[in-house]
Design a protein around this ligand. Structure first.
Ligand SMILES: Cc1cc2nc3c(=O)[nH]c(=O)nc-3n(C[C@H](O)[C@H](O)[C@H](O)COP(=O)(O)O)c2cc1C
Length: 360
């Protein structure tokens, strides 16, 4: 078996790492026998959720962690570093593998393909103490992991999500993103989110599809026909209540540089794979986190004044919910629980489309 085939097998598996809106912001270059360069992409030029490219950096971290786990199954130890001198929106990660007789296959390898986002209601069966411990340990010592589990806490989360979802639905910049990232009428999508995995019923999906054909329709609908209510009930209110818990991951020492966000993405993926290993499903709930990043840095998010002031309200409500101050970093927020698993999911681009030819 050639080293090239081994590397391709690792990449083939690692491409199942999650990314915001299934954008897969990475391309691979095999640079030598046991060396790969991961070319990170950044979608912040068109995706309002990709605040300063940081959610893409988190996806890069998830990918690198998945590569490490996949490599362990090949008896390889993996090291990576961020190449110096690259533009912030085009990071390159140099990855080196080394044969290691002592390495054992990471048990999470079996969950790489199985891990999937669940946007629909889950059971409210509480997490056990050992499940909570396993999830907190998976994040590692650099992160504090909190659980919001009791019904009043889930209601409080639902209220925050209700507010952030309203902004998401009335924001013109977000509308442009939603239009681009949903593939309508399908169960599976290689490069987007398929309609059936969005989390609304068929009638609401049909209405959303029609309305989203034109911004004027969306704003008419929102203003006069309470168009945000049905999607918010199905996508935010019910899921916030119908789960075992919400999880908050807080970095202990700041969240400032791109490297901090890559490390956060590694931790996020370990937690997500650990959840999958224990038969649990997860859904990131990043809208309030991202809106708070905008509010606390003062970066503009929208040309609409209502959205600008709304994100500041969401930030305050989120901080009250978590009992934190304006300067406390929050990296990741999600819901978790047991469910039968989604019937629809995002797929991935074929590995050939993700390979980048070596320059020169
Ligand atoms: C950084 C990051 C942020 C995400 N934010 C959300 C979110 O706010 N809501 C959501 O439903 N899914 C979110 N996702 C999940 C992605 O949409 C999902 O992983 C992607 O579409 C691929 O689908 P899969 O996880 O089922 O393979 C996020 C994923 C990542 C990596």
């Amino acid at each position: 078996m050639s080293q090239q085939e081994t590397l391709l097998r690792i990449l083939e598996l690692a491409r199942w790492a999650p990314s915001g809106d299934n954008t897969q912001p990475w391309r691979f270059e095999i640079c030598g026998d046991l060396r790969v360069a991961v070319h990170g992409l950044d979608t912040s030029d068109w995706c309002v959720y990709d605040f300063r490219g940081h959610p893409s950096h988190m996806a890069h971290g998830a990918l690198l962690e998945t590569m490490r786990i996949a490599a362990s199954d090949e008896g390889l130890k993996m090291r990576w570093c961020l190449r110096e001198g690259q533009a912030q929106n085009a990071p390159i990660y140099d990855v080196e593998f080394e044969r290691d007789g002592n390495i054992t296959s990471d048990p999470l390898v079996s969950c790489i393909r199985r891990r999937v986002v669940q946007r629909r209601p889950m059971r409210t069966t509480p997490l056990t103490l050992s499940q909570r411990e396993a999830l907190a340990n998976a994040a590692g010592d650099d992160y504090e992991v909190d659980f919001l589990e009791r019904l009043p806490q889930r209601w409080a989360v639902a209220r925050v999500l209700w507010g952030s979802a309203y902004l998401r639905l009335i924001c013109r910049e977000a509308y442009e993103v939603h239009r681009r990232i949903i593939e309508w009428g399908v169960q599976h999508s290689e490069d987007r989110i398929p309609e059936a995995a969005v989390g609304v019923d068929a009638a609401t999906a049909k209405l959303m599809r029609w309305a989203m054909g034109d911004w004027k329709r969306v704003s008419f609908f929102n203003r006069y026909l309470m168009g945000t209510v049905a999607p918010r009930i199905q996508l935010d209110l019910i899921p916030a209540l119908a789960c075992a818990a919400h999880i908050v991951i807080k970095p202990r020492s700041g969240l400032d540089t791109a490297a901090d966000f890559v490390a956060l993405g590694c931790a996020m993926q370990r937690v997500w794979l650990t959840a999958a290993h224990m038969g649990l499903h997860m859904q990131p709930e990043m809208t309030p986190v991202i809106f708070r990043w905008y509010a606390r840095t003062g970066d503009p998010i929208s040309r609409q004044a209502e959205v600008e002031s709304g994100v500041r309200d969401v930030a305050r409500a989120f901080e009250t919910l978590l009992g934190i101050s304006e300067s406390d970093p929050v990296g990741f927020f999600c819901r978790i629980g047991v469910s039968r698993g989604p019937t629809a999911r995002s797929l991935r681009l074929p590995i050939d489309d993700l390979m980048r030819q070596r320059a020169g």
